[in-house]
Design a protein around this ligand. Structure first.
Ligand code: PLP
Length: 392
């Protein structure tokens, strides 16, 4: 059987000259619709959709004792086993959630005692959950690439019982030294949690979980459904209850399980783990091509942000950037974002860029381009040309 087509969602090209109002702009023979916002959400994979459709048909409540319930419970059990196998943990260490935001909230509010230490470049799901915790929030330092210094963990106040530092930053893609940070947290008697929502496509999650006590994941960054996530918490680490009202998720998150979401989470995670190396090769080559092409076109007019980055994210600051750039790119068929999709409507400077020491002006000028397995070389070259033309 042929492998399922992964780019069925791509719109056909239009053979028109795009309306760039600029006499120096290149002449295009055609305009493509190029999606470069995989870090916001990746297209649902057909293998995932098919399995989810079958799971939707298992309508029984997994907590019912009759045959319908048992069939649903069996599917849920298997989904948990499959996630556990990819993460190298036991099924009892896997908690299903309604997405990455919930998993982050749960971890930040319900792991470790007393205070929390976090990086100011965390996702809003971590930053905004911190004040809801019983205990104070302390912030560690990050360098100009958004990377947390291990020293700030060794020197944190004694009252800190939880350290939360993400695996990979969702705006600039910088990878954090998770092993060293976890060691430092443990040396100070704290639990170490890492939001791995953006690290999951390209990093070895088993390796991360060898050091971290807990990680969060989100299915829709992996070709799975939105509203499906995982919080994995290692045995022996106490997790407090998030939602009262039922025995589900070992009594810590009440509510009838979303079976199709759990199945979609499991399948997308398995697929992502199986193609991790190919993903890194493919997206890394495209990202390098994109950045090389823009460097050639714009020279010093473009700055590549972050360091030690995941291969699928390119965050760029343009000297000629403006608030209108993203809309202009969209008009010309290129979908990118100004940072985190969940803050896109806020028109605020990026808190990640501010944490990296950038001025307020620069923190408004960044654009995140992110790539996936369906992205093609010609699309990247087209997008680079549109960016250069829009800026010139
Ligand atoms: N954490 C990070 C690093 C993210 O990038 C995102 C989504 O953009 C989330 C958490 C939230 O995940 P979800 O969209 O599943 O709520």
């Amino acid at each position: 059987m042929d492998a399922p087509r992964r780019d069925f969602w791509k719109k056909p090209r239009k053979l028109v000259r795009p309306p760039i109002d600029n006499p120096n702009a290149g002449v295009y023979n055609e305009i493509m619709n190029v999606y470069l916002d995989y870090a916001a959400s990746a297209p649902l994979r057909s293998e995932v959709r098919e399995e989810m459709l079958r799971a939707f048909d298992e309508f029984g409540n997994p907590d019912s004792l009759h045959a319908y319930g048992r069939r649903a419970a069996d599917l849920l059990l298997r989904a948990r086993d499959r996630v556990a196998a990819v993460l190298g943990v036991s099924p009892a260490e896997v908690y299903f959630t309604a997405g990455g935001t919930e998993a982050d909230n749960w971890a930040v509010r319900c792991l470790g005692e007393k205070d929390v230490l976090l990086s100011p470049a965390e996702h809003a799901a971590v930053l905004e959950a911190a004040p809801l915790r019983d205990g104070k929030a302390h912030f560690c330092r990050v360098d100009e690439n958004g990377i947390v210094s291990t020293d700030s963990v060794y020197t944190m106040p004694e009252s800190v019982g939880l350290v939360a530092v993400m695996g990979a930053n969702n705006e600039v893609g910088s990878l954090q030294p998770v092993k060293e940070l976890a060691e430092a947290a443990h040396a100070r008697g704290a639990v170490f949690f890492s939001d791995c929502v953006q690290a999951a496509c390209s990093q070895d999650l088993k390796e991360i979980l060898r050091h971290a006590d807990a990680i969060s994941l989100s299915a829709h960054k992996l070709g799975g459904p939105k509203g499906a996530g995982v919080l994995a918490v290692k045995k022996g680490v106490k997790l407090r209850r998030l939602i009262a009202g039922g025995e589900q998720e070992r009594g810590l998150r009440g509510g009838t399980a979303d079976l199709a979401a759990a199945v979609g989470m499991a399948r997308s995670l398995e697929l992502a783990a199986a193609e991790r190396e190919a993903f890194c090769r493919h997206t890394g080559a495209l990202r390098d091509l994109f950045e090389r092409t823009l460097r050639r076109e714009l020279g010093e007019g473009v700055r590549i942000d972050g360091a030690n980055r995941v291969p699928n994210i390119s965050h760029l600051t343009f000297a000629q950037g403006s608030d209108a750039l993203l809309s202009l790119l969209d008009l010309h068929g290129v979908a990118a974002s100004g940072g985190a999709a969940c803050s896109a409507h806020a028109a605020r400077p990026s808190h990640v860029m501010r944490a990296m020491g950038r001025s307020e002006r620069e923190a408004r000028q960044g654009v995140r381009f992110s790539f996936g397995m369906e992205t093609r070389e010609e699309e990247v070259l087209f997008a680079a040309r549109v960016v250069a033309d829009c800026l010139k």
